[in-house]
Ligand binder design. Structure first.
Ligand code: 13P
Length: 254
């Protein structure tokens, strides 16, 4: 049976009352459903604890959008993995293209963050993906391979298997233009093959999510692609009805 994870990355959206309303609506929306897919929501840091209070007891999992790699110390403004583990968060997004671009998070830093997250037994959602320029110049697959190899450097096969990979072509994020199903299928099978070469057949169990303008209208055709194990959703995860509709689509595919 295909494993599917539907994840919402709320990014820097929702003040507390909005976060409360949104998470309450999602909890209500799945009540009584025999859930066959995993659901994850990733609110901003300050809303993690109040959202946890709403979703606890439901099957919805809670994730953070970033973390520091050190356990504690003089890093003003940062949030550590033990702090997030204590919320508790089950997942942390690492290496989102917005962090790479606006906060200069280079491969080496992301590798340290992945190790810190795995060390705390939290599941990293590791984002990779090329720019439009990379794709137009024919470098998309070189970039994807580089990001995977550098990000996962010196991590044991056993730990790599626990990582959720999110393929998010940067040109498809927030643009309303998702990659085509052919482009997604090609990239996901390329990623799966790299992982198979890295850690062997256990890589078949790894979840590879697609992200970039996923919404209620295209989710079915994307989630049907064999190497797609779910979606990392930005804008459409901020509307409870749309997010619930994507969950419902996923439910019908497993
Ligand atoms: P959109 O769904 O808004 O394109 O964002 C995708 C994304 O960046 C999720 O992490």
């Amino acid at each position: 049976m295909k494993k599917i994870l539907i994840a919402g990355n709320w990014k820097m959206n929702t003040i507390l009352p909005e976060a409360i309303n949104l998470s309450k609506s999602i909890v209500e929306g799945i009540k009584g459903t025999d859930l066959k897919v995993q659901i994850l929501i990733c609110p901003p840091f300050v809303n993690l604890i109040p959202v946890y209070d709403i979703i606890k007891g439901s099957p919805i999992k809670l994730g953070a959008q970033n973390c520091h790699y050190a356990d504690k110390g003089a890093y003003t403004g940062e949030i550590s993995v033990p702090m997030l583990a204590n919320v508790p968060c089950s997942h942390i997004i690492i290496g989102h293209s917005e962090r790479r671009k606006y906060f200069s998070e280079i491969d080496d830093i992301l590798n340290k963050k992945l190790k810190a997250v795995l060390n705390a037994n939290i599941t990293p959602v590791f984002c990779i993906g090329e720019t439009l320029e990379d794709r137009q110049n024919g470098y998309a697959f070189k970039i994807i391979e580089w990001q995977l190899k550098e990000g996962l450097k010196e991590i044991s096969n056993e730990d790599i298997e626990k990582i959720v990979i999110a393929y998010e072509p940067i040109w498809a994020i927030g643009t309303g233009i998702a990659a085509t199903t052919e482009q997604i299928a090609e990239a996901h099978s390329f990623i799966r093959n790299i992982l198979l070469k890295m850690i062997g057949k256990q890589a078949k169990n790894m979840l590879i999510l697609y992200g970039g303008s996923v919404d209620a209208t295209n989710s079915q055709s994307i989630l049907e692609i064999p190497d797609v194990n779910g979606a990392l959703i930005g804008g459409a995860s901020l509307k409870a009805n749309t997010f619930l509709s994507i969950i419902n689509t996923a439910q019908n595919l497993v």
